[in-house]
Structure formats: C-alpha cells, structure tokens
Design a protein around this ligand. Structure first.
Ligand SMILES: NC(=O)C1=CN([C@@H]2O[C@H](COP(=O)(O)OP(=O)(O)OC[C@H]3O[C@@H](n4cnc5c(N)ncnc54)[C@H](O)[C@@H]3O)[C@@H](O)[C@H]2O)C=CC1
Ligand SMILES: O=C(O)C(=O)COP(=O)(O)O
Length: 528
C-alpha cells in the first residue's frame, strides 16, 4: 500500500506533483482546526507543513502511523520536537531554499526604514507633500550589525557589503575565519549593539534568543539606530521596542514576525511612526516557495521510499553514499539487538555497540540506534524505532555507548553488542558477507557462524559425545525440523554450545525434554 502524505499548509502545488510522482498518496487539507486535524492524522505516514499548522504533543499522540514531518521552510518552532522524537517521528526542514528571499526582505526593511518609504507613501496618498519630514539617511558607510550569520544572515551580509556598508556580526557558532571570509568582523554582542547603525536579527528562537533584544539592549543601541526582525517573534521584547520607538531613542523598527501572529489590534507598535510591519512574508516569494515545496516533497519521498534522512532536525542525517555503506549492516544490528535483549541480564543498565574494521569509518550512530531500537522493543509495549530509541533508553536510565575500533579482528567488519545489567553481561557479535548475508559470529564466549533469523534453539552443554545426536532425535520426535546447526565450544573444552535454526517454535514441553537430556546445561528458544 502506498504511503499517505497529508499537506496541511499552503504549499506550492509543485510539492503534490513531486510526491505523486514518487508513488505516494497525497491529500491537501489546508486550514484545519486542531480538532479536525487530530481526527484524521492517524491515517497518514507523513505530514507536510509550513508555520501555520501547530504540531503539538496532543496531535502527535493521535498520529499512530506518522513517520515523518516535513517543514517547507526553516523554523520548526511550530513542531514539538521532543514529542516527535519520543514517538520516533523524523522532523525535516528545507534550509537554504528561502535564504535569498528572506535576506532580500530584511534589506527591503532596512531601506524602507532609512528612507521612510511606507510613511512617505501614506503621506502622498493622503494628498500631502512632506519632503522635509521624510529626510532620511544613506546606508553607504554605516555599520550593519547582523545577529546570526547562517544561511540568511550571510546572504544579507553579502548584499549589505554591496551597498558599501561596514558589517559586524555576532554568531557564537561560526569561527572568526569563516566570518572573515564573508567579509564581516566578528564581535561580541555588547560591541554589536554599541556600534551598529542598523541591527538585523537572523537567529532561531531558542531559550538563548528569547527576549534577546529587551529594554536593556535597546537602551545600549545608538540613538537613531534601526532594528529589523525577520527571524522569529519572541526574540524582541515588543513592549520594550514600542517604548524605545515612542521615546525617539530608536530611529525605526521593522518586524515581519510577532510574538502573537497576527498581532492584536491594540498592539502598542501598530500606532507608532517609524514602525514598519509585514505579515510574516519573509519566505513568501514564488521562487522560495517553489524551492522549499519541491525540497520538502523530495525529502519526504526519499525517507518514505528509501529511508534516506536529509535535513532532519531531530536525528542525524546521512548522505546516500554513507547510507549505501551502512545499509547492509542495519538488518544485522536489528538481529543483534533482538538477540542481546533475549539473552540480556535483568535490569539492563548499559548497551554498548562496538564497530570494528572497515565499517568503523562510517558513522556509528545509525547502527547503534537500530540495535537499541530492536533491543528496547523486546522490553517495552510502546513502539520504538531508530528515531525514538536514544530518547527512550535515556528515559529508562539505560546508558548507550558507541565504540569505534579500527582493529579488523577476523572479519572485514564486525559489530559487537554488549549489554550490562544487574545479573551480569551478554555479548553478541556479527558480520555481513557480501552485501546481504548476516552472520552471527559470537555469543558470549562462543565463536560460531550462524544465520540470525527465525526460530532458534540455543543449547549450552558439556563438551561430551552424543549430545547433538540426542538433540536431533528429541526434536525430530517432537516434529521440530532443524534447518541449520552451528556448534561451538570454549577453548578449554569446559562448555559447548549449539545454535539451531528450526522451522517452528518448539512447544514448552519439548524444551523441557531437551533440558533433561544428558549433558545439557541450559536450553532456550528465541525468535529473531
Ligand atoms: N520571516 C520568515 O518568513 C522566515 C524566518 N526565518 C527565521 O530565520 C532564522 C534563521 O534562518 P537561517 O539563516 O536559515 O538559519 P541558520 O541555521 O542557517 O542560521 C542561524 C544562525 O544563528 C546562529 N545562532 C544560533 N543561536 C544563536 C545565538 N544565541 N546567538 C547568535 N547566533 C546564534 C547559528 O549559529 C546560525 O549560524 C530561522 O531560525 C527562522 O526562525 C527563516 C525563514 C523565513
Ligand atoms: O521558514 C520559516 O522559518 C518561516 O518563517 C517561513 O514561514 P512560512 O512558511 O511562510 O509560514
């Protein structure tokens, strides 16, 4: 059955075409009330949104089939990321697609403010001719302070330099060299507020940036300075901004985004001269909307059809060539996680995934996540997948260690899973022959070569003659067909081990019979 995608915001129609082309079923239902969306979300594997749809924890609770949310745009503050991650839902955005468009709006705001374009337009339309009132300032030679020089901030820097402005920037996550390459001087925030004739904000809304521009900061800005926010409502304290504008300390302010959208009619900024506003249209050009819609559709299709994660904000993404490298090992990790769970001691407290040999050059995180998800599924009723597994393990106090070792051991690549718990440890290891043949090569101290699949009987016994014959006879008499058998013993011959792939699960009585056979120490039946 084709996966189903719900488009719940006003995306460019190109998105639908791309999704359908990829063989997906698409419904477009824009502007649904939360209740209506909650009522239908359970039918969909994927959700495509802009900023209008609020993807709350409550909505996600109803989204039993949902695997991925695609945001056609940048900011994902309308999505409850923690809730999505806990439920194993990948959240993707489309960085870069709208950068030029948003930077151009910021530049438009700066020009509009410095030359009073909106107020002068209103004045002319009112039949006035107020040349003196609308005398402005040149931008050339002035200092622009950019807070956040990521995708959008750096495009604005480029445009501002072309306007012959000097640009200073604050971004703690960009090196001084990278900033210098852009042609900006990296400064601390205090210096930025003090030096800038124009400040433009291009940071996400986070705990660190909420109310970043408050009354204190506004007071530190130069008299007559201009402030532009085309990033997110909540980064600027709007009441304090209204005071700074009304007092004449700021020369002008422009907002594309508000704490509450749309702002209430009695919002203190709306009646002020020198205030310019647009209704969150930063990304609203034909070019940007086409780019982000196509990007989100392609990303959703790549995930739903091939498991390829691109531009995810809550899980690490992998390029296709890396995905191709690790893909053959993911089913092995699933089997190792499942086997480790069935052999694990009570109260597991730590799961270690060690990758050795050629595979150690690839990222371990996705392999560890797959192992952990399979491990946790054996212990929990709630669904767990690769996305939610790390968060679920953390919630349950299970530490996860990822270890990389270049040592090839006896195999080109080897994945070893160790579980520690109250009652001791369990170790299992496996490899992949060619691109498809997963092999289990170690169970605790025993070396073997077994196919980790289907119904399995594990039998530990004394290293004595006749055990395997007895086992075969007992199982044969019970109608349990042995498909494959892999034998092993410890180097000191103190114990031996048999891994039997069988065509059906043995009844409990049959296992009990096997357990009573001479020299048999333990026997258990598992399913992989
Ligand atoms: N008005 C609109 O319609 C649109 C608004 N946006 C907003 O613009 C923001 C920026 O978008 P992009 O440039 O594409 O994102 P980006 O992730 O490329 O850049 C954000 C930059 O902010 C920096 N940063 C993060 N925390 C910071 C802090 N506390 N102080 C200083 N710098 C910090 C990061 O290091 C990064 O370089 C988005 O988060 C979104 O909220 C984006 C698109 C459209
Ligand atoms: O991409 C972003 O972060 C935006 O703010 C654009 O929002 P929108 O898609 O126009 O609702």
């Amino acid at each position: 059955m084709a996966a189903r995608v719900l488009v719940s915001d006003d995306l460019s129609p190109e998105a639908v075409a791309v999704l359908k082309q990829a063989g997906l079923e698409v419904d477009v239902k824009v502007g649904l009330k939360p209740d209506a969306l909650e009522a239908i979300i359970g039918d969909y594997d994927a959700l495509a949104v802009r900023s209008a749809t609020k993807v709350t924890a409550k909505l996600l609770e109803k989204a039993s089939r949902l695997r991925v949310i695609g945001r056609a745009g940048v900011g994902v503050d309308n999505v409850d990321l923690d809730a999505a991650t806990r439920r194993g839902v990948v959240v993707m955005n489309t960085p870069g697609g709208s950068s030029v468009t948003v930077a151009e709006l910021a530049l438009a705001m700066i020009l509009a403010l410095s030359r009073h374009v909106p107020a002068a337009t209103a004045s002319v339309k009112a039949g006035k001719w107020e040349k003196k009132r609308f005398q402005g300032h040149e931008l050339a030679g002035k200092t622009l302070g950019v807070v956040g020089i990521g995708n959008i901030g750096s495009v604005l820097v480029d445009r501002a330099l072309a306007m012959k402005m000097r640009v200073v920037a604050y971004d703690p996550f960009i090196s001084a060299e990278a900033a210098a390459k852009l042609g900006v001087e990296r400064v601390e925030l205090d210096a930025l507020w003090a030096q800038a004739d124009v400040v433009s904000l291009h940071v996400p809304l986070t705990e660190q940036t909420r109310n970043l521009v408050d009354a204190k900061v506004l007071a530190r800005m130069k008299k007559g300075a201009l402030l532009v926010n085309c990033a997110r409502g909540g980064i600027v304290d709007e009441r304090a901004l209204a005071d700074a504008l009304a007092s004449g300390h700021l020369g002008g302010a422009a907002l594309d985004v508000f704490e509450q959208e749309p702002p209430p009619a009695d919002h203190p900024l709306l009646g002020l001269d020198g205030f310019v506003a647009t209704p969150h249209i930063g990304a609203s050009t034909e070019e940007a909307q086409s780019a982000v819609a196509v990007a989100v559709a392609e990303q959703l299709a790549a995930y739903l059809n091939h498991g390829v994660v691109k531009n995810a904000v809550n899980v690490p993404g992998l390029p296709r060539e890396i995905m191709d490298q690790i893909a053959p090992f993911l089913p092995l990790c699933e089997k190792l996680g499942s086997l480790a769970a069935q052999l694990a001691p009570q109260g597991p407290s730590e799961v270690t995934v060690e990758v050795a040999g050629e595979l150690a050059a690839a990222p371990i995180r996705p392999l560890a996540a797959r192992t952990l998800a399979a491990f946790l599924r054996h212990h929990l009723e709630t669904p767990v997948n690769d996305v939610s597994a790390p968060a679920v393990a953390k919630e349950r106090g299970i530490a996860v260690r990822e270890v990389r070792s270049a040592e090839p051991h006896d195999y080109a690549s080897l994945v070893t899973v160790t579980v520690r718990g109250q009652g001791g440890e369990a170790h299992v290891a496996g490899t992949v022959y060619g691109k498809r043949e997963a092999r289990l090569v170690r169970v605790d101290g025993f070396r073997l070569e077994a196919v980790p699949e289907g119904h399995v009987i594990l039998c530990e016994n004394d290293d004595a003659p006749g055990v395997v014959g007895n086992l075969g006879t007992a199982l044969g008499a019970a109608g349990v067909n042995i498909a494959r058998i892999s034998l092993s013993r410890l180097d000191d011959h103190s114990r031996a081990f048999a891994f039997l792939n069988v065509d059906s699960a043995p009844a409990p009585g049959v296992l009990e019979q096997v357990r009573r056979l001479p020299h048999v120490r333990t026997v258990r039946s598992i399913h992989l």
